[in-house]
Write a protein that binds this ligand. Structure first.
Ligand SMILES: [Mn+2]
Length: 373
């Protein structure tokens, strides 16, 4: 297993690359979508939160796809800082809203995504994380309910009341000029049909380009949010996604925190099942207390999930992808995001060192392996 850091668009700077190395990372996962663009209720010092139903911000320029030169330049900057660029996380709603919505621009946007994937392949970036969701990450509240009164994110009950306004998808505004109205509800089967078509269209190009697509589950994992169906809101639904199109490029951006929030199944069984299949491109690691619709995100060393058990399962199954901290509560200091990340990375590095230590006794190894089952 490799340890990395996820960096938002405004953090793609030498200072942040140095911070990642200082905190022990060898890899980074980058976000090229600026979630915070014109998002007044979405401060850049935290994970993108927004208000309960406000979009995070305004999507990018639909005419500007990420170019090979821009991607190569990014990769070189990261490599010059001594790190490896492991993945790009998330497509810009500006580039694929009508794939999600099955709108009139779907054919050209499928070509957009194919072009982006080809550009990534040419630039030597091996993974594209995505989240096939209409309502996106929403319905959460930010409260000072974490350990030591840390500001943290969670759900305080179902959040299905507010429909998605027209011009918004996946929690971002892609068209601010829409006169009004709301997105009509669709069925779960219709959402799966859209995903299937998307994967069938783009996976052959991804295979050719040497890029793997990696799916994030629905966060929060409710059956519906804002009157729209969710795709992966129980652990077994990941299997349906993998089985829907057989391809070496069809993989998972497995989010341990989101899976732990699901009402069915077992997070250890899910991590074991998907890592044994070799289907996890990379891992989002965070801890949580509770399940939807009542949960909150916690620091890595507390919460419901036994992280040592999760990491020992990944170790046993020889997971060789990257693990990045997902979100953490905000720590009370001048750099709440940095402090939360450094704390989480320290925990992960210690666990990794323990699992990989030649000094660990056979008995300890056996016990950890047992624990991982
Ligand atoms: Mn996640």
């Amino acid at each position: 297993m490799k340890v990395g850091l996820g960096l938002y668009r405004h953090m793609l700077t030498r200072e942040h690359y140095d911070f990642a190395r200082q905190a022990g990372c060898t890899h980074v996962v980058v976000h090229l979508v600026d979630y915070f663009n014109k998002g007044e209720k979405n401060p850049r010092s935290n994970q993108p939160t927004g208000a309960k139903y406000e979009p995070w911000g305004v999507a990018g320029d639909p005419e500007k796809l990420w170019t090979v030169a821009e991607l190569k330049n990014l990769r070189h900057e990261i490599e010059n800082a001594g790190l490896t660029l492991a993945a790009i996380e998330n497509l810009d709603p500006a580039h694929w809203h009508d794939i999600l919505l099955d709108g009139p621009k779907r054919p050209e946007q499928i070509e957009n995504v194919k072009t982006i994937i080809r550009h990534m392949g040419e630039a030597g970036i091996p993974v594209l994380g995505y989240n096939f969701s209409l309502a996106g990450v929403c319905g959460r509240v930010t409260t000072p309910s974490g350990r030591g009164h840390a500001l943290t994110v969670g759900m305080d009950g179902p959040a299905d009341d507010e429909p998605v306004p027209n011009g918004v998808v996946w929690n971002m505004t892609y068209d601010p000029t829409v006169p009004g109205g709301e997105l009509p509800a669709i069925s779960h089967e219709e959402l799966w049909r859209r995903l299937q078509r998307f994967l069938e269209d783009v996976l052959p190009v991804a295979e050719q380009a040497g890029v793997r697509l990696a799916a994030h589950p629905d966060d929060p994992p409710m059956p519906t949010m804002r009157r729209q169906p969710r795709l992966v809101f129980q652990p077994h639904m990941y299997q349906r996604l993998l089985d829907s199109v057989t391809s070496r490029a069809n993989t998972l951006e497995l989010c341990v925190g989101t899976i732990a929030e699901m009402t069915e199944g077992d997070v250890y069984e899910a991590v074991d099942r998907y890592s044994r299949q070799g289907k996890i491109a990379y891992i989002h690691l965070r801890n949580v207390v509770g399940k939807v619709p009542h949960y909150r995100e916690t620091f890595i060393d507390e919460g419901d999930v036994d992280m040592i058990r999760i990491l020992s399962i990944l170790h046993r199954n020889r997971f060789d992808g990257v693990i990045v901290p997902d979100h953490t509560p905000q720590m009370s200091c001048a750099a709440p995001w940095h402090a939360g990340m450094a704390h989480t990375l320290g925990f992960i590095l210690a666990a990794k060192a323990m699992l990989e230590s030649p000094l660990a006794t056979a008995a300890t190894q056996a016990e950890l392996t047992q624990r991982g089952r």
